[in-house]
Write a protein that binds this ligand. Structure first.
Ligand code: TXA
Ligand code: MG
Length: 354
């Protein structure tokens, strides 16, 4: 792929008439000619391209090094855009859109064949969401296109929550990054399958199962998401290694005494240990490098800083990273889903204390 000079265009997300700002107009113009543009959403930065254009979608996959069988999420700014891309909108999907859009919820629906086949990886369904970020919405409106956008990281790396992370990964591979400051939620959207009678969570995220259940009767979970289950996930992206930090990650499932013991054992083997711990644990656990990932009592803060924390360990700096685990309710489910993937399933469990 040709090397390109990567430009960082700064946008103030709080100004009025963002659609008219020079940076947004330039980004929209480039999207209309089939280029790709990285932009902020409320979850993570996305790498957007015209969802009608095979060429633009090809560019997204190339820049990320993403496997072509992993479909993209289409981002829209108005609910009535949807009818042009899907065959029908079932009642439960309508309720979810009314409750959570704009916001971190992606709906999988049957598509009508109008978008590029590369967006949907030739599946009969398409994933759609309306982001809750003024810059993302302004870009979609100004381009007047549905934008296919995966997270703007190199495939396999933690998703970017700042423009600098996008630059680290995609510098030289894309021309335009819109820098609208750090994102809010910090983890990607919840993906739900709305093609059947029951709503099914394919990827846990910013909107929790508990929140969904307040709006629709029954919410299921793709069995492949449960630990140790060998079923093939319905969301193709969930089968790949993801969010990998610079050294192997291992989850420590036990109390702080157990955690300390594991650090000491690894150090005794001559390993330089990095730890990913909450504020509450930081005073107790010492290691070669400590990164604090928010407070255990505030899971929203943990979600917001998880990816920047995983990126904070530099290559060659530590030999292994140990991380705390979190309760799997509310946002904890999404946090643990990402941590397990980042760890490739490696967990040290305190069997004496379970
Ligand atoms: O918060 C987000 O969702 C971010 C921002 C940029 O919007 N985007 C994002 O995209 O996380 P990506 O490509 O990293 O993840 C999309 C996920 C993948 O797991 C993919 O397999 C799944 O959505 N997906 C896309 N289309 C699908 C479909 N038709 N059926 C099932 N899963 C689908
Ligand atoms: Mg991603």
């Amino acid at each position: 792929m040709d090397q390109q000079r990567t430009e960082m265009l700064i946008v103030d997300k709080d100004v009025e008439n963002l659609d008219k700002s020079e940076a947004v107009k330039l980004a929209a113009e480039r999207l209309r000619t089939g280029e790709v543009v990285a932009f902020p959403t409320e979850t993570v930065y996305g790498l957007g391209g015209n969802a009608f254009s095979d060429e633009a979608i090809h560019r997204i996959f190339q820049a990320k090094g993403r496997p072509s069988d992993n479909p993209l999420i289409v981002h829209i700014a108005e609910k009535n855009q949807l009818k042009d891309y899907v065959t029908s909108v079932p009642e439960h999907a309508e309720k979810l859109m009314d409750a959570f859009w704009p916001g971190p919820l992606t709906l999988v629906l049957k598509h009508s064949g109008t978008l590029s086949e590369r967006v949907t990886a030739s599946l009969p369904t398409v994933a759609v969401r309306m982001p809750d970020h003024p810059v993302a919405l302004a870009v979609i409106r100004a381009a007047n296109l549905p934008l296919a956008a995966p997270s703007a990281n190199t495939s396999g790396r933690p998703s970017p929550t700042t423009a600098k992370h996008v630059y680290e990964d995609l510098q030289g591979k894309i021309r335009t990054i819109l820098d609208g400051g750090p994102t809010g939620v910090g983890l990607e959207s919840t993906v739900v399958d709305c093609t059947g009678d029951e709503v099914i969570i394919l990827r846990p995220g910013g909107i929790t199962k508990e929140a969904l259940e307040r709006v629709v009767d029954k919410v299921g979970i793709d069995p492949a998401l449960f630990e140790g289950n060998k079923a093939v996930p319905k969301s193709p992206g969930m089968k790949y290694t993801h969010y990998a930090p610079a050294a192997p990650l291992c989850l420590i499932d036990g109390d702080l005494i157990f955690f300390k013991k594991k650090v000491e054992e690894a150090e005794a083997e001559g390993k330089r240990v990095g730890v990913l711990v909450t504020e509450e644990a930081a005073g107790v656990i010492q290691a070669h490098k400590e990164i604090i990932v928010g407070k255990k009592s505030d899971l929203a803060a943990v979600a917001r800083t998880l990816y920047v924390s995983l990126r904070a360990f530099e290559a060659g700096e530590v030999d292994v990273i140990f991380s705390e685990v979190f309760p799997e309710t509310e946002l904890g489910s999404a946090i643990m889903n990402r941590l397990r993937k980042a760890a490739g399933g490696v967990v040290l469990k305190d069997e004496n204390n379970s």
